[in-house]
Design a protein around this ligand. Sequence first.
Ligand code: TPP
Ligand code: MG
Length: 339
Amino acid sequence: MEYQLSDRQNKDLLERMLMMRRFEETVAATAEDHFFGHYHLYIGQEATGAAVIEALGTDDLILTTHRNHGHIIGRGADPGPTLAEILGRADGFNGGRGGTLHLTSRDQGFLSTSAVVGGGIGLAVGAGYALKRAAGTAISVAFFGDGALEEGTAYESLNLASLWSLPVLFVCENNSLGAPGASAGEYPSSVNAAKDLIDIPRSVGIAAQSVDGADAGAVYAIAATAVAAIRAGQGPAFIEAKTVRWPGSRPIWPELATGITNLAAATDGALISGQHAAWINEHDPVLARVRCLIEDNILLPAEIDEIDRRVIGTMEAAKSMALASPLPEPESALEGVFT
Ligand SMILES: Cc1ncc(C[n+]2csc(CCOP(=O)(O)OP(=O)(O)O)c2C)c(N)n1
Ligand SMILES: [Mg+2]
């Protein structure tokens, strides 16, 4: 069965993608004056996160990584407390203690977020084990980068998930396409002896597929099929979503290299210029989605603009809320500490 998005889902999916994009643009704009730590933006990978989340149910559990903002926002977390958490403020949903790297929103099914590369993979397998014992239909999902497949825990986790036929969806966001890599002296790139990353899960009998991670419709079709198979008791599945790395994630410190997204550029290439025009034109998943919805007569430009304006308004309110929140009291530093 080929899964296709309904009209309702097409709108939801676009809104999720715009929430992710406008949130990250807000983070970048706010970070300049109010934030001092390192952080990672999800720009360029929205189609993957939004489409996988669209294929999930509300009871499913998610483990994510250092590049987590898009997953958290796409799953419906309130952008105000999310931004407050990133800024280390008291009204962040982890009291300002998790920050950007450990953003965890339990209400949205995020058990914990690990910035240890590969850390979430083992946790997702543990969650899958618990879900299997509970004998319901919920599944666990691990989002991780291509770099995580260099970690030992990934291999043990894939092996156990397969041996025990656990209800786990592994989503590898391979954003190394177009990154010159370690050989060019750049930091963010993976180095793996496997020629094809999906050979790794396949070697332990896990059904695995690669997909264009910038094509939301394609990711949704594969994710929905995988989720249905896992719920039917067929064991774990693995998706490799390939994207061309966003130029703003190439330097070690993120920067809005492609500017604030102009949705009108989806159908008017003349509006795109500058050093990164090729990425914007060919690889921006948000513009690609908008172009597809307009060309296929699924949504009118005016309907898309209306959603975008609403999302931008939500982000403005989130920013005001987050900036009005105080830093945690120094006396509270030991709250929530085990020993
Ligand atoms: C175990 C571990 N080693 C190294 C790091 C430092 N580190 C943070 S992000 C990163 C790159 C991870 O690449 P990938 O998983 O592909 O994610 P991407 O940043 O490309 O989305 C590294 C090495 C870390 N956080 N944890
Ligand atoms: Mg990567």
